[in-house]
Design a protein around this ligand. Structure first.
Ligand code: FES
Ligand code: FE2
Length: 452
């Protein structure tokens, strides 16, 4: 008998409200992925109990990308975003420190900050007027004397908003609500060596261009994350008609010997050396020329090998849900909104020192390709939404999915780091993503940490 809860029938869930059901014990979870043969149970894409466990064990425990430092460059600058489904405020205090705290008033839980971005020294709740500082501390309350008179022992310092731990890597700000989590340095590990291709090919570093596209898709968050992590196989098929529409020719089918998938700690990066394909997708020859003209400079900074990755055809995902296309420079986070939905936040990342005209070209190119009206985003979104929906069928769900391409492709390499797999048509990064996912999902340390 199939006892799985369906995403459409959450009220019948038999577990407690944190999502612990017999269906999500470690043994049942382990059976969802066959890493030896490369098979995946479709349940991971639609089951509400699994989804709620993901919020608890993945999103409330991992380091999550929350902002680029350039978005909160000045004291008082703030933005609102999510960590899992928890709303948070990211803001820079007068002392320059970046704080991330829950976007929920500690009085009655009202959403504290309704704006998406801005500059404020303090945040005042719309309901009863409690005011919080840039570190989440409660600093003011209307008619405070009433509390002093009638509420013995009331201590304002106990009513500050819960902060996340915050650490940065070369402009990218991450936060976690897990006080016991490893450091960001350990979490990223050797992935930092690859991130430098994007973040450190120029001494002045990077910035996000102003503005942020927010859109919704009716798909499970893992589809786009695993796609960017390593699904280069889809590109020549899914995006062929889009490429014809944009450029007058289709996507080249290539699976060259000098292309790789690398992964570590669930993070993935797939790339082909010397193929400035991503930058070409922007449809701006000036960008391709900029990358070619500056290649020697990149090589001096990053070494020859990594200079061949700048702008190359590639895609990447920082576990769990932050993806980017190096060279094309779209940078995005797939915020989970239930098992069947995401809110996608998209930015354009550029070298701070790049000429303004070039930055504008990046912006336009990303709009044309990877935005809600972008040709390539529509290609992908349609597939992810359809896959999420069909996986829920009561018969359909019984047949496992295939993730077994290139299981024997692991190679050694003198310079590349992490687990290295030859050729980009490969499921190795996606399986590595699910290995990390499985480790976290089955780890019940602090299972009670997010429950009252
Ligand atoms: S809910 Fe925020 S002040 Fe009352
Ligand atoms: Fe795609």
């Amino acid at each position: 008998m199939n006892t799985y809860n369906t995403a459409r029938n959450t009220s019948s869930c038999s577990g407690d409200r944190a999502g612990h059901t017999p269906e999500t014990d470690a043994r049942t979870l382990r059976a969802l992925v066959d890493f030896e043969r490369g098979r995946l149970d479709r349940r991971v894409y639609w089951d509400d109990a699994i989804y709620r466990l993901e919020l608890e064990r993945i999103f409330a425990r991992s380091w999550l990308f929350v902002a680029h430092e350039s978005q909160v460059a000045l004291p008082g600058d703030f933005l609102t975003t999510y960590m899992g489904e928890d709303g948070v405020i990211v803001t820079r205090a007068p002392d320059g420190r970046i704080h991330v705290f829950l976007n929920s008033c500690t009085h009655r839980g009202n959403k504290l900050c309704l704006a998406e971005v801005g500059n404020r020294r303090r945040f005042t709740c719309n309901y009863h007027g409690w005011t919080f500082g840039p570190d989440g501390a409660l600093t003011g309350m209307p008619q405070e004397e009433v509390y002093r008179r009638t509420c013995p022992g009331f201590d304002k310092s106990e009513m500050g908003i819960r902060n996340a731990r915050v650490e940065s890597y070369k402009g990218l700000v991450f936060a976690t609500f897990d006080d016991e989590a490893e450091s960001l340095e350990q979490f990223l590990g050797d992935y930092r060596w690859y991130l430098d291709v994007l973040l450190d090919n120029d001494p002045d570093g990077t910035e996000f261009l102003p503005g942020n596209i927010k859109s919704r898709m009716n798909c499970n968050w893992k589809y786009p994350a695993e796609n960017f992590c390593g699904d280069s196989y889809h590109a020549a098929w899914t995006h062929n008609s889009g490429a014809v529409a944009l450029f007058g020719h289709g996507v080249a089918k290539s699976n060259q010997e000098n292309s790789y998938q690398v992964n570590m700690n669930g993070h993935g990066w797939q790339f082909g050396l010397d193929m400035i394909g991503n930058a070409m997708v922007l449809g701006e020859q000036d960008i391709v020329d900029y990358l070619k003209e500056n290649n020697a400079r990149f090589a001096a900074r990053l070494g020859k090998l990594r200079s061949r990755m700048v702008g190359a055809i590639s895609s990447a995902n920082i576990f769990p849900h932050t993806s980017f296309l190096p060279g094309q420079n779209t940078f995005r986070t797939w915020h989970p909104k239930g098992p069947n939905g995401i809110e996608l936040h998209t930015w354009v990342l550029v070298n701070r020192s790049a000429p303004d005209a070039l930055k504008n070209m990046y912006l336009k190119g990303v709009m044309r390709s990877f935005s809600p009206t972008g040709v390539l985003e529509m290609d992908d979104g349609d597939n992810w939404e359809n896959a999420t929906q069909t996986n829920q069928g009561v018969v359909t769900r019984q047949q496992k999915l295939h993730y077994g391409l290139g299981l024997d492709s692991r190679v050694a390499h003198d310079e590349l780091r992490g687990s290295i797999h030859l050729r980009k048509y490969n499921d190795s990064n996606q399986l590595a993503f699910y290995r990390k996912w499985m480790d976290l999902m089955c780890d019940d340390k602090g299972a009670n940490a997010w429950r009252e």
